[in-house]
Design a binder for this molecule. Sequence first.
Ligand SMILES: Cc1cc2nc3c(=O)[nH]c(=O)nc-3n(C[C@H](O)[C@H](O)[C@H](O)COP(=O)(O)OP(=O)(O)OC[C@H]3O[C@@H](n4cnc5c(N)ncnc54)[C@H](O)[C@@H]3O)c2cc1C
Length: 370
Amino acid sequence: MHPEVIIIGGGVIGTACAYFLAQRGVKVLVLERNHLGCGASGSTAAIISISGSGSTLEPLRPLSLESYRLFSDHEQNFDPALEIIRGGALYAAMDAQEAVAIRPFYDEIRQMGIDCRLLDGKEALDFEPLLAPQVTAAVFNPASFHVNPFRLGEAYLNAALRQGGRVAYGVKVQDIVVANDRVVKVVTNRGDYQGDWVVVAAGAHTPQLLSPLGLPIPIVPARGQVILTEACPRMTDRVLLFVDHLYARQTASGNFYLGSHTEFVGFDNRITLQKLTTFARAFTRAIPLLARVRALRFFAGFRPICEDNLPVIGPLPGCSKLVVASGHGRTGVRFSASTGKAVSELIVDGQTEQPMEAFSPRRFAENVAV
Ligand SMILES: Cc1cc2nc3c(=O)[nH]c(=O)nc-3n(C[C@H](O)[C@H](O)[C@H](O)COP(=O)(O)OP(=O)(O)OC[C@H]3O[C@@H](n4cnc5c(N)ncnc54)[C@H](O)[C@@H]3O)c2cc1C
């Protein structure tokens, strides 16, 4: 008996698809070439918010609200527990220019129906004493939390395994053979696999699997470098956001996670002194106490970013049983639940509750000769 759905990729998107499909009684097999969370999902800050930093594109807004709600609705199914830290997010401006830059964040959150607060410098400092006294303004978004990303992937997958799903590690997909609107087989370094459906959730590697099928999906890797500090006594539950895509969060173990710019350098995972110096300056200016904290580890991950900054979710033109779920860029953890749910609906019901047209791979179809 072969699995009903083969999922390629054991990142947060592949495991979320496995989870929501298994909830609908579908048997899944996850094929991961390395180990769980070895891609972007193992480097992520894992911040889950309604609204990000003032740039949630219109088609993503309903999914943002839904995904946020889904985490709470499904929390009781997750084992291990996700180490959820619910402290909201404070977007802080350290000078007058930055105060202008954070304003769209406030407007966006309010448009999405969240009761956020705009604080002046004194209020911001009273609210979050970790900030430097020169803080000029801040926006507090209560609809934001962060999790342990390794636990999230494991929890999605464990729940799928409890429903009879399977996972195979060290299995690298080399080819997907398609004919007559069907996936004939998935060719790997460990032999061929067959399933009724295939979901491609290979993150930044997705184009390598789909290009041979004639679909040039414009997803590229975008490096994000991260500094992880030693564990400190508990200081804040809030995510602290700053302009230029910098953010700090204190993990459940007490380490500060400090990230991260977006760099388009291909799959080059080197850590550069230039970035680390920039980060160290920016973070110690905004959170002076960090100057006395030891850095423990530096690492980088590759966000799968699509050229139009929208994820790619839906059936491949020319093969309706091959579903793409990738290209979530800076917000794959945030949108993992709504993506997994939509993929399960596509496969089980043939339609989705949320409008997904904007994310369809069909938008690249004029270049396709499948
Ligand atoms: C520094 C940084 C900070 C971030 N912060 C946040 C945040 O705060 N909030 C948020 O929502 N998002 C954040 N993101 C983005 C988020 O992490 C990504 O969007 C998300 O992890 C992408 O998940 P994925 O499953 O699509 O890809 P990945 O996690 O990359 O998973 C893809 C998997 O596919 C496997 N694979 C690839 N090719 C094959 C093959 N041929 N055969 C078998 N397996 C294969 C890989 O080994 C990998 O495990 C951040 C990312 C980075 C790098």
